[in-house]
Ligand binder design. Structure first.
Ligand code: ZN
Ligand code: ZN
Length: 265
């Protein structure tokens, strides 16, 4: 059983490819489900982006996925997802925009620390202003607030802060354990996201150590490639499956209308 729940189409603004092109590649790669998870970014942050989403309203985006679903003849699940930028303080705005729309799952992702889009290569110099331990504490605090908000089903790429290879030299196990506990207490899944292998950190999100802590706390997982082109759907999933099995996982979580179901890998 394999699914890719983190895929960006041209709607995201920073990706290319149409929904059915993604479905086609997902079928070739023998995935059971492919979930479209284009960006939703709260209004206040849009001005910070070079390539904001191209849809006008989130409801138009949901409609397009449902239209595509009706055209599919093959046995593959096309899921309605979304990757929401989590910004502490904007919870109500996020809830209001999501209200009334039917999703299979909602991913909450932290891409901003205060106003800094830390995963964007254009703003990489900002890392030099931070002590790595302080930076990681700050990042994981925001990730925990994201999980506690109860808005999301899945936490996207849960250690994205390592993207450009900035890592504390000291042991941060306590931070991983505390964060894994918050995931469990708030019943959110985390995403095992292979895009880190294509970034300077050269590592799946989350790393093996953090994933192990999540496993020990009983946190459920989903899989995502973070594809920004159709060819990247399901990329490096052999490595992701290898990693999750090594830490002990035997199941992944799939979603239907925001209801969870465990499936054997
Ligand atoms: Zn993301
Ligand atoms: Zn993404």
């Amino acid at each position: 059983m394999s699914v890719d729940y983190h895929v960006h189409t041209f709607f995201s603004g920073d990706a290319r490819g149409r929904i059915l092109e993604y479905v086609k590649i997902a079928l070739i790669k023998k995935l059971e489900d492919v979930g479209i998870s284009d960006h939703f970014i709260p209004g206040r942050m849009i001005g910070r982006l070079d390539e904001p989403p191209v849809y006008k309203k989130l409801s138009d985006y949901v409609k397009k996925i449902n239209e595509a679903k009706r055209k599919i003849k093959s046995a593959i699940g096309l899921k309605v997802g979304v990757e929401v930028d989590f910004i502490p303080g904007l919870e109500n705005e996020i809830k209001n925009v999501l209200k009334g729309l039917i999703f299979d799952y909602i991913i909450g992702s932290v891409h901003f620390i205060e106003e800094w889009p830390f995963d964007h290569p254009k703003y990489i110099l900002e890392y030099q202003k931070w002590d790595p331990v302080k930076l990681y504490e700050k990042y994981f605090m925001v990730v925990q607030v994201c999980a506690k908000s109860k808005i999301f089903d899945v936490i996207g790429h849960p250690d994205l802060i390592k993207k450009f290879g900035y890592k504390p030299k000291t042991d941060i196990t306590d931070l991983y354990v505390a964060t894994a506990k918050v995931f469990k207490e708030n019943d959110v899944c985390i995403e095992v996201n292979t895009s880190g292998l294509r970034h300077p950190c050269r590592e799946i999100y989350p790393n093996k150590r953090f994933l192990k802590m999540c496993y020990e706390e009983g946190v459920q997982i989903t899989l995502g490639s973070d594809a920004h082109t159709p060819e990247s759907v399901g990329m490096d999933f052999d490595k992701a499956l290898d990693l999750i099995k090594k830490v002990g996982y035997r199941h992944i979580t799939i979603f239907n209308g925001r209801r969870k179901q465990l499936k054997e890998v």
